[in-house]
Write a protein that binds this ligand. Structure first.
Ligand code: GL4
Length: 829
């Protein structure tokens, strides 16, 4: 009976498996049933959350049905499965996206209308899972979307943080953090799998012995154990497949509870439980900065161990030998966060399944592939040997063994002692530590960066020694974005307009947007294009009025920078320019300035002082500009608090100008840059990350380039960069910088922005002062082009028509071809 198909079971209840109840009538009926029987409500007495939950459950049924079907198809094909290991995900709201993918938006809207309910209001109720910090987590979710759509047997493993990324509030101009209780109203999308759970050990010691068969064996006697339980969220692809994101929650093991309980110490038992559950309580809010905290390593090991145990179980369930593990699975490591998996897989194979080291190592190295997402030195993970030894004593031994064999290999190749020390998995400078990027590189069959530039720098700089001995291991996969979410769902106006012109093929093949190119000069089309943009800008204006208290004229140029706040991203470069414009207007020299609204959003890591000060500067500049009658007809500044996927979906469609102004060589790729361009914003940017490729695609004349190249930046530093030179030579710049400490910003406090001022004049590690002039010049040019709305719109259309490359569908196909060696399983034509 185990082999009966989903078709069979549905036939026993008089239904067909692929008739998944997509009609208006069935949706309405199911919705009411969920409301009555699951929530005990009738439409007349419901809360908004009841309505949302009932609809989400109605949709989830349909999503799950697709998921079950896909699983069935996949198991028939028996192709290699992909496990995406990521400590972060940012799925965004599920409801709207799932409705689109099921193609039941209109049916659902009508079903609700018959009950006097508004679909959009219900969609608005959803609280998104904030299980990531920024670009890296969002990329993981874009990839889930494309894996599902393309029909690739895949699973995303991660951590079910009870508190996701903090909620950002602005208090007296400063960022303040509140806990994100995203589970407070329940989570209708997840399915708990209490029977899918694994024990994970921590601490203690290892015992080495030779057993009765004269076989060397290692036993790990842990100090404590926790249990990880699977929580599954189905992720639906467009029109077809479903895959799952499997997140682990930590709980206390029963055995531990009982042993203490029997001794009568009830509180101690409870304390153990609480401590175990701490592991998955909260996401570390640092993006591109390591915390070095023990709990973080616990989290990483915990989810990796559960996931690998789960995969080994699946391998056996499918009747495979462990020796075939790497043929059955490929594991993609999303940065080094899950890289302890290399040692854990070795431990499971060698210690628990008694495999020979050599064979285990071959399997391990043919299973993992590693994606690097940043070159920033402060983000490259290292764990002190002493911490690792305390928490994961067996893994430290395994890492030493991997290292000793690896260094031996290098010696045989004749490498110098210096080079060998540089490549070692252990950094011996200062306190000895484990270099996780080296572990991931040595333990993988492929290493990739996330844009052409980044992958080149990875090979020539950060991992240069490795690229020299293993040139074929290194490759590039330029990031992409889930264009269904970031265009079809979030910008219905533009989507409709595009589909009217070129059909809806772009939903599954973004490169068909090319067909829009020939309408770039069509005046009627341009007018429609402008109207859509204006509507989106009105909606964003409303949001900004509600959330930021700033009233913005929607006809202004919407000049937008939204992303994590970091000095290398240079939000403060944009602020220096705004102040320059402000001072010019005050001098009566503002005649060439196009009325502009400068919009910022993004979170700062709670412990990152400079980033928080930059937010304070945004709010100070906003106060100054918005309240100055000489200026506020021409300039407005707003900080939209608590940036999230949900907010992002409102921002990109309304932007005219996208700010991608990081110092060259620092932004690995960026993905916001792609989302803006996809929604018709033009870009002002440096030659950094994927900007380089965006410019190549949209054409030089449609991308406002400024600033130094990566090579120039490095040369500037090599020659001894002196930022004060630019202050002394450029009057405008001097004036703007002095203004920071003039007391006119931040309620007369001269000292408030002094740290920023000093930093820029003395070190300026991201070379803002050197790039300031070319940035301002480009802005000036932009303002002149903006005055010619037809020309601007023409360029906007061209931008959209040429961004086909940046769909995550394309990225995932490249992973399939160049890394995983799997082929998509098409479920529907
Ligand atoms: C990041 C990069 O900073 C960002 O450029 C890139 O787009 C993203 C996804 O590859 O990864 N790396 C880290 S760490 N956080 C990011 O957002």
């Amino acid at each position: 009976s185990h082999n009966k198909s989903i078709e069979h079971y549905f036939s026993t209840i008089g239904e067909k498996a692929d008739e998944i109840g997509l009609s208006k009538e069935k949706i309405k009926k199911d919705f009411l049933q969920k409301l009555f029987y699951q929530l005990g409500r009738v439409p007349a007495v419901t809360t908004s959350n009841d309505l949302y939950t009932a609809l989400a459950l109605t949709v989830r049924d349909r999503v799950l049905r697709q998921f079950v079907r896909s699983t069935e198809e996949f198991s028939k094909k028996n192709s290699r499965g992909i496990a995406y290991f990521s400590a972060e995900y940012l799925p965004g709201p599920h409801l709207g996206n799932n409705l689109l993918n099921l193609e039941i938006v209109d049916e659902t809207r009508e079903a609700l209308k018959e009950l006097d309910l508004e679909l959009d209001e219900i969609i608005e109720q959803e609280v998104e899972p904030g299980l990531g910090n920024g670009g890296l987590g969002r990329l993981a979710s874009c990839y889930m979307d494309s894996l599902a759509t393309l029909g690739i047997p895949a699973i995303g493993y991660g951590i079910r943080y009870e508190f996701g990324i903090f909620k950002q509030e602005i208090k007296e101009g400063w960022q303040s953090e509140a806990t994100d209780k995203w589970l407070h109203y329940g989570n209708p999308w997840e399915v708990i799998r209490p029977e899918v759970s694994y024990v994970v050990k921590f601490g203690g010691r290892t015992i080495h012995s030779t057993n009765e068969n004269n076989k060397y064996a290692v036993e790990w006697e842990p100090e404590s154990e926790v249990v990880g339980t699977a929580y599954d969220t189905p992720v639906l692809g467009y029109q077809s497949n479903g895959i799952i994101m499997r997140l682990w929650k930590a709980e206390a093991t029963e055995s531990f509870d009982f042993s203490v309980y029997n001794m009568g110490d009830y509180y101690k038992a409870v304390e153990k439980k609480v401590r175990s559950e701490n592991i998955t309580k909260v996401l570390y809010p640092n993006d591109e900065n390591l915390s070095g905290k023990e709990l973080r390593l616990r989290q990483q090991y915990f989810f990796v161990s559960c996931s690998l145990q789960d995969m080994i179980r699946l391998n056996f369930v499918q009747g495979r030998k462990l020796e075939e593990f790497h043929e059955k699975f490929a594991i993609q490591l999303n940065d080094t966060h899950p890289s302890i998996a290399v040692a854990e897989l070795m431990r499971l194979l060698v210690d628990e399944h008694e495999m020979e080291w050599k064979q285990a190592w071959k399997i391990t190295r043919n299973t993992f592939a590693y994606t690097n997402h940043t070159l920033l030195p402060e983000a490259l993970e290292k764990w002190s040997v002493s911490l690792m030894g305390r928490l994961l004593p067996r893994h430290l031994e395994i890492i030493y063994e991997i290292n000793s064999r690896f260094l031996h290999e290098l010696r045989e190749k004749g490498l110098s002692g210096e080079q060998i020390a540089r490549m070692s998995l252990i950094d011996e400078h200062g306190e000895p530590s484990v270099r996780m990027a080296h572990l991931a590189t040595v333990g993988s069959f492929r290493v990739n960066g996330v844009s052409q530039l980044h992958s080149r720098l990875l090979k020539t700089q950060v991992l240069n020694d490795f690229a020299e001995i293993w040139p074929d291991k290194f490759t590039n996969v330029t990031n992409g974005v889930a264009h269904r979410r970031f265009l079809a769902v979030s910008n219905p106006g533009l989507s409709r307009l595009i589909t009217e012109k070129i059909g809806n093929g772009w939903l599954t093949d973004l490169t068909t947007l090319k067909r829009l190119e020939k309408f770039a000069d069509d005046e009627i089309f341009q007018k429609q294009w402008m109207e859509v943009k204006l509507e989106n800008k009105k909606l964003l204006s409303q949001l900004l009025e509600e959330r930021a208290g700033v009233k913005i004229d929607p006809t202004m140029l919407f000049d937008v920078q939204v992303k994590r706040i970091h000095e290398y991203k240079r939000q403060h470069l944009m602020l220096l320019h705004i102040l320059d414009l402000y001072l010019k207007i005050k001098d009566g020299k503002g005649e060439n300035i196009a009325p502009s609204a400068f919009i910022f959003a993004g979170k700062a890591a709670p412990g990152y002082f400079m980033a928080k000060l930059i937010i304070r500067l945004v709010t100070a500049v906003a106060d100054l500009v918005n309240n100055d009658k000489d200026v506020n007809k021409i300039l407005k500044v707003a900080f939209l608090p608590n940036f999230s996927v949900k907010q992002a979906q409102r921002v990109y469609p309304a932007a005219d100008l996208s700010e991608q102004i990081s110092m060259a060589g620092k932004e690995a790729s960026g993905t916001g840059n792609m989302k803006f361009a996809l929604n018709g914003a033009l870009t002002i940017g440096t030659l950094d990350g994927a900007n380089v490729e965006i410019r190549e695609e949209v054409g030089e004349e449609n991308f406002f380039l400024f600033g130094q190249t990566t090579e120039e930046v490095q040369e500037t530093r090599r020659l001894g960069y002196r930022p004060s030179k630019y202050y002394e030579e450029q009057e405008d710049l001097e004036r703007v910088l002095d203004f920071l400490v003039s007391g006119e910003l931040g309620n007369g406090d001269h000292e408030l922005f002094r740290p920023l001022y000093n930093n820029l004049l003395q070190q300026d590690p991201y070379q803002l002062l050197k790039d300031f002039k070319s940035y301002c010049e480009r802005k000036h040019e932009i303002h002149q082009i903006w005055k010619d709305q037809k020309e601007w719109t023409r360029r906007s259309i061209l931008n959209v028509s040429r961004v086909g490359k940046f769909s995550s569908d394309r990225s995932i196909l490249e992973y399939c071809q160049n890394i995983w060696n799997v082929e998509p399983v098409k479920l529907r034509d």
